[in-house]
Design a protein around this ligand. Structure first.
Ligand code: GDP
Ligand code: GDP
Length: 464
């Protein structure tokens, strides 16, 4: 299972330069012999400690489309389809031009993980260009100079994050529950655990998603109506705004896609089907995603699909059971919903949920408290020392199994990322480590360090 990277962008931004740097040798990029069909090739690449493959998109002239633009497009699309991550490159010196927008749109439509890379940032005067790149809406740009080899540690971290996510996703798809899951508790729980990266001054982005008619628009209107500190007249919302800023108990909050929903509520336009594309966009925008369920209706496939999407995207989920005002047996219903959640969404243990009424406003404060709490857990960082003290006990309690006669060894664990928490586990023969054991360790981490209700990524690396 190799991890594939595609470098995409309009001509001249520096793709080949980066390609050559990663692959580490000169490769002829142009073959102008007419009619020669070159396959896009895949080359082993290396960036510091990371190994992966880079897809060579150089054989542009081989593609069948009649125009250069068409050929580039086709070629780019094929590379993206094959890739696990897309490095979308722009040129910080020239700034963003319409061609960049065209390629960005193409990349976005494919829905693959994207790292925005702003190249040619050596020397002075590139800041404006890097800043400009934000306008593409592909997140924070990683500033590099492919020619001078600058910014490579940042690029390495960005790729490592997604590699970690990919491994964890594959593992989550297996959905194996731990066989022996005894709690490990005690002195590892430190109420004053350091959370150095947590910054409560930055806006916390939330999205509110759910299938049609569960009450999303009502909820958003209720949240914004109650809030007196909206920025600007009529919340500064224009028809096209994709987000609205407000504060909740002095905490800056950014809410996704609000304009669309308010508009919809106003004109009483009823959507019958869930738009997965729109939901995905909102999820990617957000840190915490509130999934609204209609408490008066049974869970349906779409509800679970949305929750699953949030987990795969590594966001922090909060489930809001809405229309609680018309639920007949609240006590019984609560027990039933809790049981169902645990059974139907076992990937994330301890998922947080709240009961609300968007119509009466009941439970909205509790919902927001839960959002902030889940966001904190999503940002949790545990020191390497504490992790390894825990690992030693966890492996003593349940040693890793033997595979073909040899006992697997688990040596070391470290946290490489937050949002969501991601760990690297060094072990012998990671390729044969059973998922059930990895799951045992993940659940152990949750209990020992109180990381409930958010996805956890675990990347296995060979220890020698
Ligand atoms: P591609 O068409 O996207 O593959 O771009 P190339 O890799 O061929 O680069 C286009 C031009 O930009 C070449 O003249 C490179 O030397 C130059 N270039 C690439 N990376 C950098 C960089 O980091 N800084 C500067 N100043 N120029 C660069
Ligand atoms: P959306 O499609 O998810 O945006 O759902 P809407 O906000 O348009 O709500 C769908 C229907 O559910 C409307 O008729 C709302 O009045 C109703 N509704 C929304 N929230 C509540 C609630 O908390 N209690 C009750 N009883 N009805 C609600």
């Amino acid at each position: 299972m190799s991890f594939k990277v595609a470098i995409v962008g309009r001509p001249n931004v520096g793709k080949s330069t980066l390609f050559n740097r990663l692959v580490g040798r000169r490769i002829a990029l142009v073959d102008d012999t007419p009619g020669v069909t070159r396959d896009r090739r895949v080359h082993a690449a290396r960036l510091q400690d990371l190994r992966f493959d880079v897809i060579d998109t150089a054989g542009l002239e081989a593609a069948a489309a009649p125009t250069l633009e068409g050929r580039m497009r086709q070629q780019t699309e094929m590379a993206i389809d094959e890739a696990d991550v897309v490095l979308f490159m722009v040129d910080a010196r020239s700034g963003i031009i319409p061609d960049d927008q065209t390629f960005a749109e193409l990349v976005r439509r494919k829905g693959k993980p994207v790292i925005l890379v702003s190249n040619k940032t050596e020397g002075r005067g590139a800041e404006a260009g890097v800043f400009d790149a934000y306008s593409l809406g592909l997140g924070e740009p990683v500033a590099i100079s492919a020619e001078h080899g600058l910014g490579m540690p940042d690029l390495r971290d960005a790729i490592a994050d997604i590699m970690g996510d990919k491994i964890a996703e594959e593992e989550e798809e297996e959905r194996v529950r731990p066989s022996n899951n005894e709690p490990l508790q005690g002195d590892d729980i430190d109420p004053e655990a350091e959370e150095p990266e947590y910054d409560s001054g930055k806006p916390l982005s939330i999205a509110i998603v759910g299938r049609p008619n569960v009450g999303k628009s009502t909820l958003i209107n209720a949240l914004l109506r109650e809030e007196r500190m909206l920025t600007g007249p009529e919340a500064g919302i224009t028809r096209d705004s994709i987000a609205v800023d407000w504060t909740w108990r002095d905490r800056p909050i950014r809410l996704a896609d609000t304009a669309g929903m308010r508009r919809k509520a106003r004109v009483q336009e009823k959507l019958e089907k869930l738009s997965v594309g729109e939901t995905l966009r909102a999820i990617r925008f957000a840190e915490v995603v509130v999934v609204v369920f209609d408490a008066t209706q049974a869970f349906d496939k779409q509800d679970l699909q949305i929750a699953d999407l949030i987990i795969r995207e590594g966001r922090a989920p909060v489930i809001a059971f809405n229309k609680w005002d018309i639920v007949e047996n609240p006590q019984e219903m609560l027990a039933e919903l809790r049981e169902k959640l645990e059974r139907l969404l076992p990937q994330v243990k301890g998922m947080r949920f709240v009961t609300i009424s968007a119509e009466t406003g009941r439970g909205l404060d509790r919902m927001m408290e839960t959002v902030v709490e889940t966001h904190k857990v999503w940002n949790r960082r545990v020191s390497t020392g504490r992790l390894n003290r825990w690992l030693e006990r966890a492996t003593q309690m349940h040693p890793p199994p033997a595979v073909s006669g040899r006992r697997l060894k688990v040596k070391y664990i470290t946290q490489i990322k937050t949002r969501p928490p991601g760990f690297v586990l060094s072990c012998s023969r990671p390729e044969v480590m059973p998922q059930s054991y990895v799951r045992y360790l993940i659940n152990g981490l949750r209990e020992a360090f109180d990381i409930y209700g958010v996805p956890i990524r675990m990347l296995l690396r060979t220890s020698d």
